[in-house]
Design a protein around this ligand. Structure first.
Ligand code: SAM
Length: 223
C-alpha cells in the first residue's frame, strides 16, 4: 500500500529536489500558483490552533514552534511567529531558506534555527517544541520515513505539545504526482501511518473555502 507506488526511493527524493530547485522562491511558487489562497489558509490554521491556546481545551505553551517543509517561511511568518516566541524552520531547498531571511522581515530576529535538510534526514532535540507544523510536505516522504519522522517529532514535543499536519488527502487511491514527485495519501493510509508512529489524533478538521478543483485538505493535530 501507500508508497508501493514509489519503486525507487533515491529517484523519488532526487526528482522532488530537482523539481523544487526549478520553482521560484515566491508565495505563488510555494502554493503551486495559488498564492491567493494563502490568507484563507492562514486564517483557518489560526482558528484551528486557537482552541489549543485558550479556553477549555487550552494545552499549548508558546515558547517555540517548528515549521517543517517551510519553503520561504509563509507559515512561519503569518501563523507561527505571531504566536510563538521562537520559531525554527526546516526546509530542503537552500534557496528558499535564504529567501526566508528576507521574507520574514523583523520576524527573522526570532528565528532560532534554519535547518537546511530533508525531513527524512532531520534530527531534532527532545522536548523542545510546543507545535511542530507540517504543511504540504508529507507527500514527499516515503511511508517508512514519514513514520520515522513522526516518531522523532513526538519525542521533540514539550509537555502538551502537538504535531499539526496540514495536507492534501486523496478520496480513493493513493496518488503519485510524477511532476513534483510526491504522493497524496488517502485517510486509511494516513491512519495507518499515525498508528505505526504511535500517535493519536487529538482533533481533525477539513479546510473549507478552497477552490473546488484542489484536493481536500485536512488539518490534523497529533500527540
Ligand atoms: C508546497 S511547498 C509548501 C511550503 C510551505 N509549507 C507552505 O505551506 O507555504 C513544499 C515545500 O516542501 C519542501 N520539500 C520538498 N521535499 C522536502 C523534504 N523531503 N524535506 C523537507 N522539505 C521538503 C519544498 O522545497 C517546498 O519548500
Amino acid at each position: 500500500s501507500g508508497c508501493s507506488e514509489v519503486n525507487n526511493e533515491d529517484e523519488f527524493y532526487e526528482k522532488a529536489d530537482e523539481y523544487w530547485k526549478s520553482i521560484p522562491a515566491t508565495l505563488n511558487g510555494m502554493l503551486g500558483g495559488y498564492g491567493r489562497i494563502s490568507q484563507i489558509d492562514i486564517h483557518s490554521s489560526y482558528n484551528f490552533l486557537k482552541r489549543f491556546l485558550e479556553g477549555p481545551k487550552a494545552r499549548l505553551k508558546t515558547k517555540r514552534a517548528l515549521d517543517c517543509g517551510a519553503g520561504i517561511g509563509r507559515v512561519a511568518k503569518n501563523l507561527l511567529l505571531p504566536i510563538f516566541k521562537t520559531v525554527d524552520l526546516a526546509e530542503l531547498n537552500s534557496k528558499f531558506l535564504e529567501q526566508a531571511r528576507t521574507y520574514l522581515g523583523e520576524g527573522s530576529k526570532r528565528v532560532g534555527n534554519y535547518f537546511c535538510c530533508g525531513l527524512q534526514d532531520l534530527q531534532l532535540e527532545e522536548k523542545t517544541y510546543d507545535v511542530i507544523w507540517v504543511q504540504w510536505v508529507t507527500g514527499h516522504l516515503t511511508d517508512a520515513h514519514f513514520v520515522k519522522f513522526l516518531n522523532m517529532c513526538k519525542a521533540a514535543l514539550r509537555k502538551g505539545g502537538l504535531v499539526i499536519i496540514k495536507d492534501n488527502v486523496a478520496i480513493l487511491d493513493v496518488e503519485l504526482d510524477a511532476v513534483d514527485s510526491s504522493v497524496t495519501r488517502n485517510p486509511e493510509e494516513l491512519r495507518h501511518i499515525y498508528s505505526a508512529a504511535n500517535m493519536k489524533i487529538v482533533f481533525e478538521q477539513k479546510q473549507t473555502h478552497f477552490p473546488p478543483e484542489l484536493y481536500n485538505v485536512y488539518m490534523t493535530a497529533l500527540e
